[in-house]
Design a protein around this ligand. Structure first.
Ligand code: HEM
Length: 432
């Protein structure tokens, strides 16, 4: 329990406080539910630091006659450390307690708490990792990847990246072939954007990051705030299609600034995903057997030999999958087997930490395509911390290592336990 004046309550000689203590103080500043008097003082101190490098905080502390000059010196040094740590983390310069009592790194981020509450309750069905989360994650990609330096170099409009153009210019962009079915989530998000004071580009990336946090095993994604409104619709043909060749997919991503390894990392998104439109006869058919979990099953199951079509078969961009009820994209199948990406693909198998770290890093790049991080405010601490993964990597029941199509030439596929029982069918992701 920390009293209303943590800097006074310490029993150590304040003049000899070391950096570890300073760090501890900074941690407490970030986590402590402040009593009102203490909160007011700390907040003022930090605002003063921001404006005058700590000197005007003298006014605030001198007003409190119980604080001695020696204590005050220590207080200022604490505050300078706190302020500099926040600078070191990026554009963050102010720590704030918002009107509802929740704290965040920057007062500008307070505006996001009501949006967080609204979308968790009313878009994501009370915090589920369901259809709207999957669709919102897909939307982060389809908005952002509309960005082509190659087109710009030809003197054409290359798109604004993660700018919300897919919402503002939805009449144009939702009819692009690669955007099949995206109008559902665009329409679902529009009322939230209209209701809250947020640009569409910010909302799309915020909703994606919040949504993913509902999926056990996911990383807490970065969220930077402050994208301006879009100016123009994205050009067509910038979003990869499932029937594109690996050459074409890697070239498109390279144009947008992503390496082959980052492409594989971004495709971790397909661990919480289903297809409605690849085979329209079986809407909600997932890409792996655990679409409500951000786990490594997608990378395991895409390496299994395809044996069946879960629906009608013969659909553009679809290849055979190993399980009834599971659909496999041609692009995922080929990326899992191409010499440029196969070892990276396999490296995610049963490696939750790598899955989280690589996806988080790649998503951080994707979410600010077309923007510069130093024009945005880091509001990542608004994004809820996801629950840990609650499933262990395994081969689906009835299948074995003999069903793995080894594609990485240098490392063998990890040994995994097989689920007990006969071969099962994967249930569809229910519509909400
Ligand atoms: C080679 C690149 C990619 C291709 C060809 C591709 C293709 C597809 C296709 C065809 C679907 C099914 C859509 C439907 O029928 O409803 C889909 C779903 C999805 N994609 Fe991708 N995708 C790619 C990359 C990405 C990336 C980078 C992300 C996110 C960062 C992403 C996130 C998703 C999600 C979450 C879904 C599930 C949507 C739902 O369940 O409603 N995809 N993708």
């Amino acid at each position: 329990m920390i009293g209303p004046r943590p800097w006074v309550a310490s029993s150590s000689p304040l003049g000899t406080v070391q950096s570890a203590r300073d760090a501890d103080f900074e941690r407490k500043l970030q986590t402590r539910p402040y009593a009102s008097a203490g909160r007011r003082r700390v907040y003022k101190l930090e605002r003063d630091d921001e404006q005058t490098s700590g000197h005007s905080s003298l006014k605030a502390v001198n007003a409190d006659s119980v604080v001695s000059f020696k204590m005050f010196k220590a207080l200022v040094s604490f505050a300078v450390v706190a302020a500099s740590l926040q600078f070191a983390n990026g554009a963050v310069i102010r720590r704030a307690t918002c009107s509802d009592g929740r704290t965040t790194a920057n007062a500008a981020c307070c505006a996001l708490f009501p949006i967080l509450d609204d979308i968790q309750a009313n878009l994501f069905d009370g915090g589920e990792c369901g259809e709207e989360v999957h669709e919102s994650l897909r939307l982060t990609f389809h908005d952002a990847i509309g960005f082509s330096p190659a087109l710009t170099a030809q003197g054409k409009f290359g798109g604004g990246g993660a700018d919300g153009s897919i919402v503002v210019f939805s009449d144009t962009e939702t009819v692009f072939h690669a955007n099949g079915g995206i109008d559902d989530i665009v329409d679902a998000q529009k009322p939230f954007i209209a209701k809250h004071n947020i640009t569409p580009g910010d909302f799309i990336q915020f909703a994606g990051a919040v949504g993913v946090s509902n999926c056990p095993g996911a990383p807490q994604l970065q969220f930077l705030f402050g994208r301006p409104a879009p100016v123009q619709a994205s050009p067509d043909l910038l979003i990869p299609e499932p029937f594109d060749s690996v050459d074409k997919i890697l070239a498109r991503f390279a144009d947008a600034g992503f390496s082959p390894a980052e492409v594989v990392a971004l495709l971790a998104s397909h661990t919480v995903a289903a297809a409605d439109h690849v085979d329209p006869s079986i809407p909600g058919t997932p890409f792996d057997s655990t679409p409500g979990h951000f786990d490594t099953q997608f990378f395991i199951e895409t390496q299994l030999r395809g044996t069946l079509f879960p629906g009608t078969g013969g659909n553009q961009g679809e290849v055979e999958s190993p399980l009834r009820g599971e659909i496999r994209l041609q692009s995922d199948s080929e990326l899992a087997r191409d010499s440029r990406t196969a070892c990276e693909w396999q490296s995610f198998v049963n490696n939750q930490a790598k899955l989280q770290n690589s996806f988080k890093a790649a998503m951080a790049k994707l979410a600010i395509l077309g923007h510069s991080a130093n024009t945005l405010v880091d509001c990542s601490d608004i994004i809820p911390t996801p629950k840990p993964a609650d499933s262990a990597a395994h081969l689906p029941a009835g299948l074995s290592h003999n069903d793995i199509e080894q594609a990485c030439a240098t490392t063998t596929f990890p040994t995994l336990p097989t689920d007990p029982g006969p071969v099962t069918s994967v249930p569809a992701v229910p519509p909400s």
